[in-house]
Ligand binder design. Structure first.
Ligand code: ATP
Ligand code: MG
Length: 358
């Protein structure tokens, strides 16, 4: 108790009747007497606020720990789920890889089958042509009597055999050409040649047939002032185009009054060489005009027996012209006639340079 009068004051704990009391004291000098003010209260009351704060702090800490725990749990669950998801994705990925490998393998097998089919088709068509060579050759010799005299009936039948073999050989050649064009495997040897040469060669080839049907067949080449009209192309292939157009015209003009005019000129617009085969034949019906360049298309299939052919000529011709960078088109008036045109650019870029030799 003496402490309460000394110093600047303070606080201490005492036990009164077994209860812990908290004493806060401070000396007071009053009228030359020293007094002391003491505040005695049970320790519990004195620290009740501190205890309350402490409890609050404990509760808050517990809450924080609980929230952290829950958050961690949620995060853990989420991570776990993500890991499971990742595992599933990995498994799906693996399945996809396997499926992809299977697809690649199947695609490879299909390509091999395609290549084998192509090879087979090429081989068959070639092999079909080979036996026709002696058939055509010997029937020719038999029909003209070189291998001994035949009766008129025998000659006639041998001639039929010969012509059938030639038709079959032509068909196989056409099928090979279609295949080459479709696969861009037709090879073209470009040379600069006079347009007149083509026309004359084709006209000469068809003159006997035209004469036998009394069909007029004429040609006209518009050479320039600076020289002959020349065209850079594969002469054999362009000749093939010209021959098909003239052969078509002969098939579809009337005998005796039929007229076919073949011409070549430099197109004023772009300097390309433009060929035309004009006839006064049956013409092509309007509704069939879109079909005419399709493979195997013939307007009137009943005519096939009379005029022959398989409907490949125009498809091949158009393919050859387009491979030269040119184009083919026609104008036709049913009952009055048809003109087929094709143009070869002055400096053609070939559609393909690679491929088999024709
Ligand atoms: P191939 O040429 O294979 O021997 P094709 O002559 O019948 O047979 P394309 O030359 O392709 O075949 O002609 C297809 C069809 O177009 C002919 O069958 C015919 O119906 C029609 N056609 C072609 N040219 C003429 C033409 N000048 N006048 C009337 N129709 C034509
Ligand atoms: Mg034809």
């Amino acid at each position: 108790m003496e402490d309460a009068f000394a110093g600047d004051g303070g606080a201490s704990m005492v036990t009164v009747d077994g209860t812990s009391m908290h004493v806060t004291y401070s000396p007071v000098d009053l009228q030359s007497n020293r007094w002391a003010v003491l505040l005695i209260q049970p320790t519990e009351d004195a620290f009740s606020e501190a205890y309350a704060n402490q409890r609050q702090a404990v509760i808050v800490a517990a809450l924080v720990i609980a929230v952290m725990g829950i958050t961690e749990y949620i995060l853990f669950r989420a991570m776990h789920r993500n890991m499971q998801l990742a595992d599933k994705l990995e498994a799906v990925n693996e399945d996809l890889k396997v499926a992809n490998r299977d697809l690649d393998q199947k695609a490879g097998e299909l390509q091999k089958v395609d290549a084998a089919k192509e090879e087979f088709a090429a081989m068959i068509t070639h092999e079909l042509k080979t036996p026709l060579v002696p058939i055509i050759g010997f029937t020719e010799l038999m029909a003209d009597g070189t291998l001994g005299e035949l009766t008129p009936l025998q000659k006639e039948k041998v001639r039929v055999m010969h012509d059938s073999a030639v038709s079959l050989s032509n068909l196989i050649t056409d099928l090979l050409d279609v295949r080459k064009l479709e696969l861009s495997k037709m090879k073209f040897d470009l040379v600069e040649v006079p347009a007149r040469e083509f026309l004359e060669r084709s006209i000469d080839a068809f003159r006997p047939l035209a004469d036998s049907k009394k069909i007029s067949l004429s040609y006209d080449v518009q050479d320039g002032h600076d020289g002959e009209l020349g065209v850079k192309c594969d002469p054999k292939r362009i000749q093939q185009v010209m021959n098909n157009l003239i052969s078509n015209a002969i098939k579809f003009v009337p005998e005796k009054t039929g007229m076919i005019q073949v011409s070549a000129r430099k197109a004023p617009s772009d300097g390309a060489v433009e060929f035309a085969v004009r006839d006064n034949g049956i013409g092509i019906p309007k509704e069939k005009q879109n079909e005419i360049f399709k493979k195997f298309y013939q307007v009137d299939t009943t005519l096939r027996r009379q005029s022959g052919g398989t409907g490949l000529g125009l498809a091949i011709s158009k393919g050859i012209v387009e491979a030269h960078g040119g184009r083919m088109w026609f104008e036709s008036t049913p009952g009055a006639g048809t003109t087929f045109y094709f143009s070869i650019p002055s400096g053609p870029t070939m559609g393909n340079g690679r491929g088999e030799k024709n």
